[in-house]
Design a protein around this ligand. Structure first.
Ligand code: ADP
Ligand code: MG
Length: 493
Protein backbone atom coordinates (compact mmCIF):
# COMPACT_ATOMS: atom_id res chain seq x y z
CA UNK A 1 0.00 0.00 0.00
CA UNK A 2 2.94 2.35 -0.22
CA UNK A 3 4.50 2.77 -3.64
CA UNK A 4 1.58 1.45 -5.63
CA UNK A 5 -0.97 4.10 -4.66
CA UNK A 6 -2.92 5.32 -7.62
CA UNK A 7 -2.98 9.07 -8.18
CA UNK A 8 -5.62 10.61 -5.95
CA UNK A 9 -7.92 11.64 -8.76
CA UNK A 10 -8.09 8.11 -10.13
CA UNK A 11 -8.51 6.33 -6.84
CA UNK A 12 -11.77 4.52 -6.31
CA UNK A 13 -14.02 5.68 -3.54
CA UNK A 14 -12.72 3.84 -0.57
CA UNK A 15 -13.65 4.39 2.97
CA UNK A 16 -13.48 0.80 3.99
CA UNK A 17 -10.83 0.34 6.67
CA UNK A 18 -7.35 -0.26 5.32
CA UNK A 19 -5.48 -2.69 7.48
CA UNK A 20 -1.92 -1.65 7.69
CA UNK A 21 -0.59 -4.25 10.07
CA UNK A 22 1.16 -6.32 7.40
CA UNK A 23 3.34 -3.39 6.41
CA UNK A 24 4.50 -2.47 9.84
CA UNK A 25 6.03 -5.68 10.98
CA UNK A 26 9.55 -5.35 9.62
CA UNK A 27 11.95 -2.68 10.79
CA UNK A 28 12.64 -1.54 7.22
CA UNK A 29 8.96 -0.84 6.69
CA UNK A 30 9.06 1.49 9.69
CA UNK A 31 12.01 3.56 8.54
CA UNK A 32 11.32 7.23 7.74
CA UNK A 33 14.04 6.96 5.09
CA UNK A 34 11.75 5.11 2.69
CA UNK A 35 9.43 8.11 2.51
CA UNK A 36 9.88 10.88 -0.03
CA UNK A 37 11.18 13.33 2.58
CA UNK A 38 13.98 15.90 2.23
CA UNK A 39 17.37 14.82 3.64
CA UNK A 40 17.26 17.76 6.09
CA UNK A 41 13.93 16.49 7.41
CA UNK A 42 15.34 12.99 7.89
CA UNK A 43 18.32 14.39 9.79
CA UNK A 44 16.00 16.44 11.96
CA UNK A 45 13.85 13.40 12.73
CA UNK A 46 16.94 11.54 13.81
CA UNK A 47 17.93 14.43 16.06
CA UNK A 48 14.48 14.42 17.60
CA UNK A 49 14.96 10.75 18.43
CA UNK A 50 12.29 9.60 15.99
CA UNK A 51 14.08 6.43 14.89
CA UNK A 52 11.08 4.64 13.44
CA UNK A 53 7.62 5.52 12.32
CA UNK A 54 4.86 4.65 14.73
CA UNK A 55 2.23 2.30 13.24
CA UNK A 56 -0.21 5.10 12.41
CA UNK A 57 2.61 7.06 10.75
CA UNK A 58 3.67 4.02 8.73
CA UNK A 59 0.11 3.46 7.62
CA UNK A 60 -0.82 7.06 6.82
CA UNK A 61 2.32 8.89 5.66
CA UNK A 62 2.77 7.07 2.32
CA UNK A 63 -0.87 7.81 1.45
CA UNK A 64 -0.81 11.39 2.72
CA UNK A 65 2.43 12.16 0.88
CA UNK A 66 0.90 10.73 -2.28
CA UNK A 67 -1.85 13.32 -1.98
CA UNK A 68 -4.80 11.27 -0.79
CA UNK A 69 -7.46 12.52 1.55
CA UNK A 70 -7.39 10.45 4.71
CA UNK A 71 -9.54 9.38 7.60
CA UNK A 72 -7.07 8.06 10.12
CA UNK A 73 -8.09 6.57 13.41
CA UNK A 74 -5.64 5.66 16.16
CA UNK A 75 -5.48 6.08 19.89
CA UNK A 76 -4.10 9.06 21.81
CA UNK A 77 -0.33 9.12 22.00
CA UNK A 78 0.18 7.16 18.80
CA UNK A 79 1.97 9.95 16.91
CA UNK A 80 -0.86 11.34 14.80
CA UNK A 81 0.56 14.87 14.82
CA UNK A 82 3.72 13.95 12.94
CA UNK A 83 1.60 11.89 10.54
CA UNK A 84 -0.10 15.01 9.24
CA UNK A 85 2.64 17.53 10.03
CA UNK A 86 5.29 15.85 7.87
CA UNK A 87 2.83 15.70 5.03
CA UNK A 88 1.77 19.32 5.16
CA UNK A 89 5.36 20.53 5.64
CA UNK A 90 6.49 18.66 2.52
CA UNK A 91 3.97 20.59 0.48
CA UNK A 92 4.92 24.07 1.75
CA UNK A 93 6.69 26.65 -0.31
CA UNK A 94 8.71 28.56 2.31
CA UNK A 95 9.23 31.53 -0.01
CA UNK A 96 5.51 32.09 -0.28
CA UNK A 97 4.34 33.82 2.90
CA UNK A 98 0.73 32.75 2.46
CA UNK A 99 -1.21 30.32 4.62
CA UNK A 100 -0.75 26.98 2.87
CA UNK A 101 -1.89 24.66 5.64
CA UNK A 102 -4.55 24.92 8.33
CA UNK A 103 -4.96 22.57 11.29
CA UNK A 104 -8.21 22.68 13.27
CA UNK A 105 -8.04 21.43 16.88
CA UNK A 106 -10.75 21.27 19.56
CA UNK A 107 -8.98 23.26 22.29
CA UNK A 108 -6.25 25.83 22.75
CA UNK A 109 -4.21 23.38 24.74
CA UNK A 110 -4.19 20.87 21.88
CA UNK A 111 -3.55 23.63 19.35
CA UNK A 112 -0.50 24.68 21.39
CA UNK A 113 0.78 21.11 21.49
CA UNK A 114 0.30 20.69 17.74
CA UNK A 115 2.01 24.01 17.04
CA UNK A 116 5.03 22.98 19.09
CA UNK A 117 5.26 19.61 17.36
CA UNK A 118 5.02 21.19 13.89
CA UNK A 119 7.74 23.68 14.82
CA UNK A 120 10.00 20.88 16.00
CA UNK A 121 9.40 18.91 12.84
CA UNK A 122 9.98 22.00 10.68
CA UNK A 123 13.42 22.70 12.13
CA UNK A 124 15.03 20.99 9.12
CA UNK A 125 13.62 23.74 6.90
CA UNK A 126 14.45 27.39 7.28
CA UNK A 127 11.95 29.89 8.52
CA UNK A 128 8.68 28.08 8.48
CA UNK A 129 6.25 30.26 10.34
CA UNK A 130 3.56 28.50 12.38
CA UNK A 131 0.88 30.62 14.04
CA UNK A 132 -1.68 29.59 16.68
CA UNK A 133 -5.11 31.24 16.54
CA UNK A 134 -7.43 30.37 19.41
CA UNK A 135 -10.15 31.99 21.41
CA UNK A 136 -9.30 33.46 24.79
CA UNK A 137 -6.64 35.74 23.30
CA UNK A 138 -7.39 39.15 21.75
CA UNK A 139 -8.09 39.19 17.98
CA UNK A 140 -6.04 42.23 17.11
CA UNK A 141 -2.49 40.89 17.80
CA UNK A 142 -3.47 37.71 15.97
CA UNK A 143 -4.56 39.75 12.97
CA UNK A 144 -1.30 41.66 12.89
CA UNK A 145 0.70 38.43 13.12
CA UNK A 146 -1.30 37.21 10.13
CA UNK A 147 -0.41 40.37 8.24
CA UNK A 148 3.26 39.51 8.73
CA UNK A 149 2.60 36.20 7.00
CA UNK A 150 2.43 32.61 8.19
CA UNK A 151 2.85 29.34 6.35
CA UNK A 152 0.85 27.21 8.74
CA UNK A 153 -2.06 28.17 10.98
CA UNK A 154 -3.21 26.00 13.89
CA UNK A 155 -6.37 26.97 15.72
CA UNK A 156 -9.81 26.27 17.10
CA UNK A 157 -12.75 26.31 14.66
CA UNK A 158 -14.58 29.24 16.27
CA UNK A 159 -11.63 31.59 16.22
CA UNK A 160 -10.59 30.64 12.69
CA UNK A 161 -14.15 31.37 11.58
CA UNK A 162 -14.00 34.80 13.28
CA UNK A 163 -10.84 35.66 11.36
CA UNK A 164 -12.38 34.51 8.09
CA UNK A 165 -15.45 36.66 8.68
CA UNK A 166 -13.27 39.70 9.38
CA UNK A 167 -11.11 38.91 6.39
CA UNK A 168 -7.96 38.90 8.49
CA UNK A 169 -7.29 35.31 7.37
CA UNK A 170 -7.08 34.41 3.70
CA UNK A 171 -7.11 30.74 2.73
CA UNK A 172 -6.98 31.18 -1.05
CA UNK A 173 -3.56 29.54 -1.28
CA UNK A 174 -4.23 26.71 1.15
CA UNK A 175 -3.34 23.23 -0.01
CA UNK A 176 -3.77 21.15 3.16
CA UNK A 177 -6.63 21.19 5.66
CA UNK A 178 -6.27 19.02 8.77
CA UNK A 179 -9.09 18.16 11.16
CA UNK A 180 -7.31 16.91 14.28
CA UNK A 181 -9.27 15.15 17.02
CA UNK A 182 -12.30 15.39 14.78
CA UNK A 183 -14.47 13.28 17.11
CA UNK A 184 -13.86 15.65 19.97
CA UNK A 185 -14.53 18.73 17.84
CA UNK A 186 -17.90 17.24 16.92
CA UNK A 187 -18.62 16.38 20.56
CA UNK A 188 -17.99 20.02 21.36
CA UNK A 189 -20.53 21.15 18.79
CA UNK A 190 -18.12 22.54 16.22
CA UNK A 191 -19.76 20.96 13.14
CA UNK A 192 -21.10 24.22 11.72
CA UNK A 193 -17.86 26.10 12.36
CA UNK A 194 -15.83 23.37 10.68
CA UNK A 195 -18.21 23.44 7.73
CA UNK A 196 -17.82 27.21 7.45
CA UNK A 197 -14.02 26.94 7.49
CA UNK A 198 -13.93 24.04 5.02
CA UNK A 199 -16.09 26.01 2.60
CA UNK A 200 -13.65 28.91 2.82
CA UNK A 201 -10.82 26.61 1.64
CA UNK A 202 -10.08 26.03 -2.04
CA UNK A 203 -11.84 22.98 -3.46
CA UNK A 204 -8.51 21.71 -4.79
CA UNK A 205 -6.91 20.71 -1.55
CA UNK A 206 -5.95 17.74 0.54
CA UNK A 207 -8.02 17.07 3.64
CA UNK A 208 -6.66 14.90 6.44
CA UNK A 209 -8.98 13.87 9.23
CA UNK A 210 -7.59 12.38 12.43
CA UNK A 211 -9.68 10.94 15.18
CA UNK A 212 -9.38 8.60 18.14
CA UNK A 213 -12.80 7.06 17.49
CA UNK A 214 -15.05 6.70 14.46
CA UNK A 215 -18.63 7.59 15.33
CA UNK A 216 -21.27 8.00 12.60
CA UNK A 217 -20.91 11.79 12.81
CA UNK A 218 -17.35 11.49 11.46
CA UNK A 219 -18.61 9.58 8.47
CA UNK A 220 -21.06 12.43 7.86
CA UNK A 221 -18.34 15.06 8.12
CA UNK A 222 -16.05 13.19 5.76
CA UNK A 223 -18.76 12.61 3.16
CA UNK A 224 -19.21 16.36 2.97
CA UNK A 225 -15.65 17.58 3.09
CA UNK A 226 -13.27 14.81 2.03
CA UNK A 227 -12.71 13.54 -1.48
CA UNK A 228 -12.38 9.81 -1.97
CA UNK A 229 -10.71 9.41 1.37
CA UNK A 230 -8.63 6.39 2.27
CA UNK A 231 -9.56 5.11 5.67
CA UNK A 232 -6.96 3.79 8.07
CA UNK A 233 -7.93 2.13 11.30
CA UNK A 234 -5.35 0.88 13.69
CA UNK A 235 -7.07 -1.51 16.01
CA UNK A 236 -6.01 -0.73 19.51
CA UNK A 237 -3.83 -3.50 20.72
CA UNK A 238 -2.22 -3.18 24.07
CA UNK A 239 0.96 -5.08 24.55
CA UNK A 240 0.21 -8.08 26.65
CA UNK A 241 1.45 -7.76 30.18
CA UNK A 242 2.03 -4.02 30.09
CA UNK A 243 -1.42 -3.16 31.34
CA UNK A 244 -2.47 -5.29 34.27
CA UNK A 245 -6.25 -5.30 34.42
CA UNK A 246 -8.08 -6.23 37.60
CA UNK A 247 -11.82 -6.35 38.09
CA UNK A 248 -13.65 -5.95 41.39
CA UNK A 249 -17.30 -6.61 42.01
CA UNK A 250 -18.63 -3.88 44.31
CA UNK A 251 -21.95 -2.45 45.46
CA UNK A 252 -22.72 0.96 43.97
CA UNK A 253 -22.64 2.62 47.40
CA UNK A 254 -19.17 1.35 48.24
CA UNK A 255 -17.49 2.38 44.98
CA UNK A 256 -15.94 5.61 46.22
CA UNK A 257 -14.56 3.95 49.33
CA UNK A 258 -13.00 1.23 47.18
CA UNK A 259 -11.26 3.88 45.05
CA UNK A 260 -9.55 5.07 48.24
CA UNK A 261 -8.61 1.50 49.15
CA UNK A 262 -7.10 0.88 45.72
CA UNK A 263 -5.02 4.04 46.03
CA UNK A 264 -3.77 3.13 49.48
CA UNK A 265 -3.08 -0.46 48.51
CA UNK A 266 -1.27 0.02 45.18
CA UNK A 267 0.04 3.54 45.90
CA UNK A 268 0.30 4.72 42.29
CA UNK A 269 1.91 8.16 41.90
CA UNK A 270 -0.58 9.30 39.26
CA UNK A 271 -4.06 7.88 38.74
CA UNK A 272 -6.75 8.82 36.28
CA UNK A 273 -10.21 7.92 37.62
CA UNK A 274 -13.00 7.75 35.04
CA UNK A 275 -16.61 8.45 35.91
CA UNK A 276 -19.52 8.32 33.50
CA UNK A 277 -21.10 11.57 34.66
CA UNK A 278 -20.01 14.98 35.85
CA UNK A 279 -22.08 14.66 39.04
CA UNK A 280 -20.25 11.48 39.91
CA UNK A 281 -16.89 13.20 39.28
CA UNK A 282 -17.83 15.94 41.71
CA UNK A 283 -19.00 13.50 44.39
CA UNK A 284 -15.90 11.30 44.09
CA UNK A 285 -13.61 14.33 44.26
CA UNK A 286 -15.20 15.34 47.55
CA UNK A 287 -14.84 11.87 49.06
CA UNK A 288 -11.20 11.57 48.02
CA UNK A 289 -10.36 14.99 49.44
CA UNK A 290 -12.11 14.18 52.68
CA UNK A 291 -9.90 11.11 52.93
CA UNK A 292 -6.80 13.28 52.54
CA UNK A 293 -5.88 12.55 48.94
CA UNK A 294 -4.62 15.31 46.70
CA UNK A 295 -7.21 15.08 43.94
CA UNK A 296 -8.43 17.32 41.15
CA UNK A 297 -11.28 17.04 38.65
CA UNK A 298 -11.42 17.75 34.97
CA UNK A 299 -14.83 18.57 33.55
CA UNK A 300 -16.43 20.64 30.86
CA UNK A 301 -17.34 23.52 33.14
CA UNK A 302 -13.78 24.60 33.84
CA UNK A 303 -12.48 27.79 32.29
CA UNK A 304 -9.42 27.34 30.12
CA UNK A 305 -7.11 28.77 32.79
CA UNK A 306 -8.48 26.43 35.45
CA UNK A 307 -8.17 23.48 33.09
CA UNK A 308 -4.54 24.42 32.38
CA UNK A 309 -3.80 24.53 36.11
CA UNK A 310 -5.34 21.12 36.69
CA UNK A 311 -3.39 19.56 33.83
CA UNK A 312 -0.12 21.16 34.85
CA UNK A 313 -0.46 19.88 38.41
CA UNK A 314 -1.36 16.39 37.30
CA UNK A 315 1.40 16.14 34.68
CA UNK A 316 4.09 17.49 37.02
CA UNK A 317 3.16 14.93 39.69
CA UNK A 318 1.76 17.24 42.33
CA UNK A 319 -1.72 15.69 42.17
CA UNK A 320 -2.31 12.00 42.93
CA UNK A 321 -5.70 11.53 41.34
CA UNK A 322 -7.37 13.20 38.41
CA UNK A 323 -11.11 12.51 38.25
CA UNK A 324 -12.56 12.92 34.77
CA UNK A 325 -15.28 12.04 32.30
CA UNK A 326 -14.35 10.55 28.93
CA UNK A 327 -15.12 13.75 27.08
CA UNK A 328 -13.02 15.89 29.42
CA UNK A 329 -10.06 13.50 29.23
CA UNK A 330 -10.09 13.14 25.46
CA UNK A 331 -6.81 14.07 23.85
CA UNK A 332 -5.02 14.25 27.16
CA UNK A 333 -1.51 12.90 26.75
CA UNK A 334 0.21 12.13 30.01
CA UNK A 335 3.55 10.41 29.83
CA UNK A 336 3.59 8.78 33.25
CA UNK A 337 0.38 7.33 34.51
CA UNK A 338 0.63 4.41 36.91
CA UNK A 339 -3.06 3.58 37.13
CA UNK A 340 -6.44 4.05 35.54
CA UNK A 341 -9.55 3.37 37.62
CA UNK A 342 -12.90 2.78 35.96
CA UNK A 343 -15.14 3.93 38.77
CA UNK A 344 -18.04 3.12 36.50
CA UNK A 345 -17.38 0.63 33.76
CA UNK A 346 -18.32 2.11 30.40
CA UNK A 347 -20.99 0.44 28.25
CA UNK A 348 -18.77 0.91 25.17
CA UNK A 349 -15.93 -1.64 24.71
CA UNK A 350 -14.02 0.77 22.47
CA UNK A 351 -14.11 3.45 25.15
CA UNK A 352 -12.90 0.93 27.74
CA UNK A 353 -9.87 0.03 25.64
CA UNK A 354 -9.18 3.70 25.04
CA UNK A 355 -9.39 4.50 28.77
CA UNK A 356 -7.01 1.81 29.92
CA UNK A 357 -4.61 2.55 27.07
CA UNK A 358 -3.66 5.74 28.94
CA UNK A 359 -1.53 3.70 31.30
CA UNK A 360 1.27 1.31 30.45
CA UNK A 361 2.85 3.65 27.93
CA UNK A 362 6.26 3.19 26.31
CA UNK A 363 8.43 1.22 28.68
CA UNK A 364 6.36 1.21 31.87
CA UNK A 365 3.76 -1.15 33.20
CA UNK A 366 0.43 0.20 34.37
CA UNK A 367 -2.60 -0.83 36.39
CA UNK A 368 -6.18 -0.71 35.15
CA UNK A 369 -8.79 -1.31 37.84
CA UNK A 370 -12.47 -1.63 37.07
CA UNK A 371 -15.23 -1.44 39.66
CA UNK A 372 -18.32 -3.25 38.55
CA UNK A 373 -21.68 -3.40 40.29
CA UNK A 374 -24.07 -6.32 39.78
CA UNK A 375 -26.22 -4.64 37.15
CA UNK A 376 -23.14 -3.71 35.10
CA UNK A 377 -21.94 -7.28 34.56
CA UNK A 378 -23.32 -7.36 31.03
CA UNK A 379 -20.93 -4.58 30.07
CA UNK A 380 -17.95 -6.63 31.16
CA UNK A 381 -19.06 -9.55 29.02
CA UNK A 382 -19.23 -7.23 26.02
CA UNK A 383 -15.74 -5.93 26.64
CA UNK A 384 -14.35 -9.43 27.12
CA UNK A 385 -15.87 -10.42 23.79
CA UNK A 386 -14.39 -7.37 22.07
CA UNK A 387 -10.93 -7.97 23.54
CA UNK A 388 -11.07 -11.72 23.17
CA UNK A 389 -9.88 -12.33 26.72
CA UNK A 390 -11.32 -13.37 30.02
CA UNK A 391 -10.77 -10.89 32.82
CA UNK A 392 -9.21 -11.48 36.19
CA UNK A 393 -11.59 -10.90 39.09
CA UNK A 394 -10.14 -10.05 42.47
CA UNK A 395 -11.77 -10.11 45.89
CA UNK A 396 -12.14 -6.78 47.68
CA UNK A 397 -10.70 -8.17 50.88
CA UNK A 398 -7.25 -8.41 49.33
CA UNK A 399 -7.10 -4.60 49.60
CA UNK A 400 -5.89 -3.07 52.83
CA UNK A 401 -8.63 -1.20 54.70
CA UNK A 402 -8.58 2.42 53.65
CA UNK A 403 -7.82 3.86 57.10
CA UNK A 404 -5.17 1.44 58.26
CA UNK A 405 -3.14 3.17 60.96
CA UNK A 406 0.24 2.00 59.79
CA UNK A 407 -0.25 3.37 56.34
CA UNK A 408 0.81 6.96 55.73
CA UNK A 409 -1.65 8.75 53.45
CA UNK A 410 -0.68 8.65 49.79
CA UNK A 411 0.76 12.01 48.82
CA UNK A 412 2.12 13.17 45.48
CA UNK A 413 5.91 13.62 45.41
CA UNK A 414 5.78 17.21 44.20
CA UNK A 415 4.05 20.49 44.97
CA UNK A 416 3.37 23.20 42.40
CA UNK A 417 4.43 26.80 42.94
CA UNK A 418 2.71 29.43 40.83
CA UNK A 419 4.77 32.43 39.83
CA UNK A 420 2.96 35.51 38.54
CA UNK A 421 4.65 36.31 35.24
CA UNK A 422 5.37 34.26 32.16
CA UNK A 423 6.33 34.59 28.50
CA UNK A 424 5.10 38.18 28.46
CA UNK A 425 7.66 38.99 31.16
CA UNK A 426 10.25 37.02 29.17
CA UNK A 427 10.56 34.38 31.86
CA UNK A 428 12.07 31.13 30.61
CA UNK A 429 12.29 27.78 32.39
CA UNK A 430 16.04 28.27 32.78
CA UNK A 431 15.49 31.47 34.78
CA UNK A 432 13.34 29.66 37.32
CA UNK A 433 15.65 26.66 37.53
CA UNK A 434 18.57 29.05 37.94
CA UNK A 435 16.87 30.94 40.76
CA UNK A 436 16.16 27.71 42.64
CA UNK A 437 19.45 25.95 42.12
CA UNK A 438 21.62 29.06 42.32
CA UNK A 439 21.26 31.37 45.30
CA UNK A 440 18.44 29.33 46.84
CA UNK A 441 20.74 26.33 46.92
CA UNK A 442 18.39 23.50 45.89
CA UNK A 443 19.59 20.59 43.81
CA UNK A 444 18.33 19.89 40.29
CA UNK A 445 16.74 16.66 41.51
CA UNK A 446 14.48 18.61 43.86
CA UNK A 447 13.00 20.59 40.99
CA UNK A 448 10.45 19.06 38.61
CA UNK A 449 8.66 20.29 35.52
CA UNK A 450 8.61 24.00 34.77
CA UNK A 451 5.73 25.26 32.60
CA UNK A 452 5.82 28.81 31.36
CA UNK A 453 2.54 30.13 29.93
CA UNK A 454 1.66 33.60 28.67
CA UNK A 455 1.38 35.25 32.07
CA UNK A 456 2.00 32.50 34.61
CA UNK A 457 4.83 30.12 35.41
CA UNK A 458 4.35 26.82 37.21
CA UNK A 459 7.23 25.01 38.84
CA UNK A 460 7.05 21.64 40.57
CA UNK A 461 9.31 21.21 43.58
CA UNK A 462 9.80 18.25 45.89
CA UNK A 463 7.09 18.20 48.56
CA UNK A 464 9.55 18.46 51.46
CA UNK A 465 11.14 21.69 50.22
CA UNK A 466 7.93 23.39 49.07
CA UNK A 467 7.63 25.99 51.86
CA UNK A 468 11.31 26.81 51.82
CA UNK A 469 11.33 27.10 48.03
CA UNK A 470 8.32 29.40 48.23
CA UNK A 471 10.05 31.59 50.82
CA UNK A 472 13.35 31.77 48.94
CA UNK A 473 11.75 32.44 45.55
CA UNK A 474 9.59 35.19 47.05
CA UNK A 475 12.61 36.79 48.64
CA UNK A 476 14.69 36.68 45.47
CA UNK A 477 14.14 38.15 42.04
CA UNK A 478 13.30 36.91 38.56
CA UNK A 479 14.26 38.95 35.49
CA UNK A 480 15.23 41.79 37.82
CA UNK A 481 11.85 41.92 39.53
CA UNK A 482 10.62 40.73 42.89
CA UNK A 483 8.90 37.40 42.27
CA UNK A 484 5.27 36.94 43.37
CA UNK A 485 4.84 33.28 44.23
CA UNK A 486 1.98 31.15 45.61
CA UNK A 487 1.64 27.58 46.64
CA UNK A 488 -0.93 25.91 44.38
CA UNK A 489 -2.81 23.55 46.59
CA UNK A 490 -6.54 23.16 46.62
CA UNK A 491 -6.42 20.43 49.21
CA UNK A 492 -3.80 20.96 51.82
CA UNK A 493 -3.62 17.65 53.68
P1 ADP B 1 -1.49 11.66 19.16
O1 ADP B 1 -1.80 12.91 18.39
O2 ADP B 1 -1.74 10.41 18.37
O3 ADP B 1 -2.16 11.63 20.49
P2 ADP B 1 1.16 12.79 19.36
O4 ADP B 1 1.31 13.22 17.96
O5 ADP B 1 0.82 13.85 20.35
O6 ADP B 1 0.07 11.62 19.46
O7 ADP B 1 2.49 12.00 19.78
C1 ADP B 1 2.70 11.47 21.06
C2 ADP B 1 4.16 11.56 21.44
O8 ADP B 1 4.96 10.69 20.63
C3 ADP B 1 4.75 12.93 21.26
O9 ADP B 1 5.51 13.25 22.39
C4 ADP B 1 5.64 12.82 20.03
O10 ADP B 1 6.72 13.74 20.09
C5 ADP B 1 6.09 11.37 20.09
N1 ADP B 1 6.36 10.77 18.76
C6 ADP B 1 5.62 10.89 17.65
N2 ADP B 1 6.15 10.19 16.63
C7 ADP B 1 7.25 9.58 17.10
C8 ADP B 1 8.23 8.69 16.53
N3 ADP B 1 8.14 8.28 15.27
N4 ADP B 1 9.23 8.28 17.33
C9 ADP B 1 9.30 8.68 18.61
N5 ADP B 1 8.42 9.51 19.21
C10 ADP B 1 7.39 9.95 18.48
MG1 MG C 1 -3.14 14.46 18.71
Amino acid sequence: MNSTCPAPTESPRNDAPVTAQADVDSAAALSFAQLPLAPATLTNLEQLGYRQMTPIQAASLPLALAGHDLIAQAKTGSGKTAAFALSLLTRLNPRNFAVQALVLCPTRELADQVTQEIRRLARGENNIKVLTLCGGSPMRPQSSSLEHGAHVVVGTPGRIMDHLQRHSLDLAQLNTLVLDEADRMLDMGFFDDIAFVAKACPGERQTLLFSATYPESIAGLSRQFLRQPQRITLAEQHEAGKIRQRFYEVENEEKFAVVGQLLNHYRPVSTLAFCNTREQCRALLQVLRDEGFVALALHGELEQRERDQVLVQFANRSCSVLVATDVAARGLDIAQLEAVINVDITPDPEVHIHRIGRTGRVDQAGWAFSLVSGNQMGRVTEIEKAQGVEFEWHPLNELKPSHSEAEKPLLPPMVTLLILGGRKEKIRPGDVLGALTGEAGFSKEQIGKINVTESTTYVAVARDIAREALRKLSAGSLKGKRAKVHLLQDTAP
